[in-house]
Design a protein around this ligand. Structure first.
Ligand SMILES: [Zn+2]
Ligand SMILES: [Zn+2]
Length: 297
């Protein structure tokens, strides 16, 4: 499975020269499966540049939304394949008793917030509640479960062959409780992330910042690494960077997280931090996937 980060920021885009290395675009991760199929995790502003890199003849694009906060859907209206008649786009997201996924997303892609309506998009787009049981896309088996955040929010577990990736970008699993002492069944996201080869997880705050943000739905360093340790993640990528956190600040945050992981008995090399345009392979490389020209932006 090949992973490309197109947006690692949380809450709101944060461009600027002091953000260049980690990037200012909001949540968007591209997965290339072993059968060559593309899965896109969230549609933050990073999906716009991702869209330019996709070949126009891609038979199908799958987008898995964790939730509908703006930092996870804002790029959808600027996703180039949405404006091509030949595109086939399937969007999965959390269900709600209140309204369908399409009509909830249409609150954003409609007047007065948008110059176009969903029904005017020339592409073939369909909206699906994430199934309550495992389902298949290409070579991947996917499981979605509700996790602790503000509003209905999913985490995803994606297994391709014997490789598993877990994506929980917005998550406050302890909510003030000590995660190291909670029993497994009380830890939000435990079954999704268990033994994952790569866990992409919220780490919006330092421990010093967290007391002013408890209950906002995001993790401080200690909570993120303790969660990773409890679930037995083999590698972790810290994600959903606060818009106030500059490159230098995130370097320090990364060092602190590696120390915290080491204190829990882990190898610090297992803790990475997401940077825009970073690429990594998880498990066997997606060798069947055709190489794609890199875009110059
Ligand atoms: Zn978010
Ligand atoms: Zn959120």
């Amino acid at each position: 499975m090949r992973v490309r980060i197109w947006g690692a920021r949380g809450s709101v885009p944060a461009p600027g020269p002091e953000m260049n290395r980690y990037g200012g675009n909001t949540s968007c991760v591209e997965l290339t499966l072993s059968n060559g199929e593309t899965l896109i995790l969230d549609a933050g502003t990073g999906i716009r540049t991702l869209g330019f890199s996709l070949p126009p003849d891609l038979p199908r694009i799958n987008i898995l939304l964790t939730h509908l906060h703006l930092d996870h859907i804002q790029g959808l209206m600027f996703f180039p394949p949405c404006f091509r008649a030949e595109s086939n786009i399937r969007i999965f997201g959390p269900s709600s008793p209140e309204a369908s996924l399409e009509s909830r997303i249409a609150r954003y892609i409609s007047a007065p917030l948008s110059p176009v309506e969903v029904r005017e998009l020339p592409c073939d787009v369909s909206f699906h509640d994430a199934p309550p049981t495992e389902w298949q896309i290409g070579s991947a088996t996917i499981r979605a479960e509700a996790v602790t955040h503000r509003g209905p929010t999913l985490g995803y577990r994606i297994t391709d062959g014997d490789t598993t990736l877990c994506y929980i970008p917005d998550h406050e699993p302890g909510l003030g409780a000590d995660l190291s002492k909670l029993s497994e069944e009380w830890i939000s996201g435990y079954n999704l992330a268990r033994d994952a080869d790569l866990l992409i997880h919220d780490c919006q705050y330092t421990d010093e910042e967290y007391p002013g943000h408890e209950g906002w739905g995001h993790s401080p360093i200690t909570e993120a690494v303790t969660f990773a340790r409890r679930v037995g993640a083999r590698r972790t990528l810290l994600f959903h960077h606060d818009p106030l956190h500059t490159d230098g600040f995130l370097d320090d945050l990364h060092r602190s997280a590696r120390r915290a992981w080491q204190d829990l008995g882990g190898d610090p090399e297992q803790i990475g931090i997401a940077a825009e345009r970073a690429e990594l392979n998880v498990g066997a490389p997606a060798s069947e996937a055709p190489a794609r020209p890199r875009i110059a932006v």
